[in-house]
Design a protein around this ligand. Structure first.
Ligand SMILES: [Mg+2]
Length: 343
């Protein structure tokens, strides 16, 4: 891939906790648009959906989420991608809180605002799922339209105004994700092997597919869609496991507070499967992340010059790899995964 909008970060300037070997972090040259998009999403959510307190989303210092995970985002889409991503962070809590009411053995990313949402989730589950699934491509707004749906319709309108075909692909992928994710957290997984396919879905391979293809203006040819998902799997395994590793404390505490006997997190699964404590489970998880990062790096290297695969797919795979390292570095520095004393 030709790098146009990003620059390499000096490896002396960031930690990877030994999870990234040789790969270099890249960051988008424009630091303003991401911040603008994320703050606008927070304002809209506060105004129309729910007041937010002590909330942390994608923004971080010095590494904010979109800057390092989509470093080659087209400049005219950066603010919108950031807005949509922040909406997903905000929505994640609300949506997954609903799932936790539906299935008591589930867990969710908890931010302080999300605790409040638990009070009004009874009876709303169906509506929220519908907001994001069956009705996802509709931009029709009426007096009874939920505020989340209004924001979502606004995102879709803005996306369509920029790039209609890719906006449609992205929104369909996001809708499919929500349907699949609702199923994944139902099970109590006994082994990491059984857990990972669900975690890959839950980590948002479809959400991210939509984000990267729209953000970078990539079109994966129809006949390569299955190959695309297959080749990217180790990358999404690394993304999901890294998220589990860094959000473990927060999710464990959340599960305890909810009285749940199960945490949808690789650390929990490894502790049960191998009968090890937290720190050993984290070591095993870190080894798995390194293994998947190496495997996926190999996939990207071996397909880089393969003329039998479209240029678009090769660009996508490289973009996923950049996301993997960006995600790890962001996770290390972001306020979102710091467990505060009042959590
Ligand atoms: Mg997590």
């Amino acid at each position: 891939m030709e790098y146009i909008y990003s620059e390499e970060v000096d490896p002396k300037l960031y930690e990877t906790n030994g999870l990234v070997n040789q790969l270099k972090l890249r960051t988008h040259k424009d630091s303003v648009m991401e911040i603008r998009g994320a703050l606008r999403a927070q304002e809209d959510w506060s105004k129309h959906v729910h007041q937010i307190n002590n909330y942390h989303g994608g923004l971080g210092d010095p590494y904010s989420f979109i800057r390092v995970t989509v470093p080659e985002c087209l400049p005219d889409r950066l603010e919108l991608i950031s807005y949509a991503n922040e909406y997903a962070f905000l929505y994640d809590g609300k949506c997954l809180s609903v799932f936790s009411c539906l299935h008591t053995s589930t867990n969710f990313d908890l931010d302080d605002m999300e605790k409040l949402d638990l009070q009004d989730t009874n009876g709303n589950a169906h509506g929220i799922l519908e907001t994001f699934s069956h009705d996802v491509l509709s931009r029709e707004i009426g007096p009874s339209t939920r505020p989340e749906k209004r924001i979502q319709a606004q995102i879709l309108s803005e996306m369509i105004a920029i790039d209609r075909p890719r906006a449609m692909v992205t929104m369909k992928a996001w809708a499919k994700f929500v349907q699949l994710a609702a199923e994944t957290r139902k099970s109590d997984f006994k082994t990491l092997e059984a857990y990972l396919p669900s975690r890959i879905i839950d980590a948002g391979e479809l959400i991210w597919y939509g984000t990267l293809t729209f953000g970078m203006g990539i079109t994966i040819p129809e006949h390569e869609k299955c190959l695309c998902m297959e080749l990217a799997k180790p990358g999404y395994a690394a993304l999901g496991l890294a998220n589990d590793l860094f959000s473990w404390e927060k999710e464990r505490i959340a599960a305890e507070k909810m009285g749940q006997n199960y945490v949808f997190n690789a650390i929990w699964v490894i502790m049960q499967e191998k009968a090890v404590d937290e720190s050993e489970a984290k070591e095993i998880c870190s080894d798995e992340i390194r293994r998947y990062m190496a495997e996926f790096t190999q996939v990207v290297e071996s397909t880089k010059n393969d003329q039998g695969i479209s240029k678009e797919l090769r660009k996508y795979l490289e973009a996923v790899l950049l996301s993997c390292i960006g995600n790890i570095v962001w996770s290390i520095y972001c306020p979102r995964y710091r467990v505060s004393s009042d959590c």
